[in-house]
Design a protein around this ligand. Structure first.
Ligand SMILES: NC(=O)c1ccc[n+]([C@@H]2O[C@H](COP(=O)([O-])OP(=O)(O)OC[C@H]3O[C@@H](n4cnc5c(N)ncnc54)[C@H](OP(=O)(O)O)[C@@H]3O)[C@@H](O)[C@H]2O)c1
Length: 323
């Protein structure tokens, strides 16, 4: 099979396309032919050795994707040969084939096209877990989303709106904000750390109830300061690079909650709750309530462009690779 391979931790530019032996499914595993792999920001980190998960070399990146079950290992249950499935692998989807535990596969309803299924799990899974399970967002509450046109950010905009929140999308350009508006943002803001706090307070008429922060860096503290009484601050990620340090007196003054979100750990610790979230998401996509915006689909050979979209801050929605 053809696979995109990381042989040294020197970043996306050093990845190579190579011929590898076809994997063989072990006990409890399925062999899946990948139709589309979806990239996430963490794929740019994992191939540079800068992500918390460090697979042994060589490995193929691609945390998730969609494909068809081609063979089953001994005792494999839950899927059948021919099933179209979402693959949540962590890594390994940028290859024609993957052998993977069936617990990491979710059958896809017919009404959900490949391009929507491929990149649904991580972004929408994270944002649903954050908004529903952690912040317990309520209809009518103000939700500020930082990085609102990126993978997890755009999912948070759509899901926030679907749950009845009033969404303020924050991103670096009007072009990106137009996408967020089309996905349900009520208000938009080209963000600047110097004005972010005052602008969020002005738009929400006093303070926002929930901040969804996938960006970190210099945006974090002004966003925290824009929260209303008993507001919740969701720590999602640090795409801007810097890990913020926040003054605890701010939490005391307004009884704020800072809520960590570690979706990967959540699905290991609470697999049933994760599966319920997945079913909820797939039903919403099938009903046309979520769009799972795709930035573009690229053949595997164009991996430099696909990874470059994420590192250059240029992706609007999901970047997909076709092995
Ligand atoms: N906690 C969890 O369980 C969990 C799960 C999934 C992802 N994450 C994390 O969430 C973050 C976003 O992931 P994603 O896949 O949605 O990424 P993405 O699609 O690349 O979006 C990231 C957004 O961050 C903004 N950004 C600001 N400064 C940036 C910079 N220097 N470089 C790149 N982007 C920058 C960009 O928006 P603007 O240009 O508009 O600022 C971009 O749209 C990552 O840190 C990822 O590790 C966490």
């Amino acid at each position: 099979m053809r696979a995109l391979l990381c042989t040294r931790l020197d970043g996306p530019e050093q990845l190579e396309i190579v011929e590898r032996p076809d994997p063989v499914p072990g006990p409890g595993q399925a062999l899946v032919r990948i139709r589309l792999a979806a990239l996430n920001f963490f794929d740019t980190l994992i191939v540079a050795g800068r992500y918390q998960v460090k697979p042994p070399l060589p490995f193929s990146p691609g945390g998730e994707g969609v494909g068809v079950v081609e063979a089953l290992g001994e005792g494999a249950a839950g899927v059948a040969i021919g099933d179209r499935v979402i693959v949540h692998a962590g890594h390994g989807c940028c290859a024609e084939l993957i052998a993977i535990d069936t617990a990491k596969l979710t059958p896809v309803p017919e009404a959900v096209p490949d391009a929507q299924a491929a990149g649904l799990t991580i972004t929408y899974g994270t944002s649903l877990h954050a908004l529903a399970n952690r912040a317990r967002i309520q209809p009518g509450e103000w939700l500020a989303v930082l990085g609102a046109s990126g993978g997890v950010g755009l999912a948070a905009v759509e899901l926030g709106r679907l749950m009845g929140a009033r969404v303020i999308a924050c991103a670096s350009s009007e072009e990106k904000l137009a996408v967020a508006r089309a996905h349900g943002a009520e208000a938009t803001l080209v963000y600047d750390p110097a004005t972010l706090k005052d602008e969020l307070r002005r738009i929400s008429g006093g303070g926002v109830d929930v901040v969804y922060d996938a960006v970190g860096g210099d945006y974090a503290e002004p966003a925290l300061r824009a929260l209303a009484w008993r507001g919740r601050y969701l720590v999602i990620g640090f795409a801007a690079g810097g890990i913020p340090r926040l003054p605890l007196n701010l939490m005391l003054l307004k009884e704020l909650d800072v809520q960590g979100v570690h979706w990967g750990a959540f699905l290991d610790r609470e697999p049933e709750a994760h599966r319920a979230d997945q079913r909820r998401l797939l039903a919403w996509v099938a009903e046309g309530k979520l769009t799972a915006q795709v930035h573009g689909t690229y053949p595997l050979d164009e991996f430099p462009e696909a990874f470059g979209l994420l590192t250059r801050r240029a992706a609007v929605g999901k970047v997909l690779l076709r092995p």
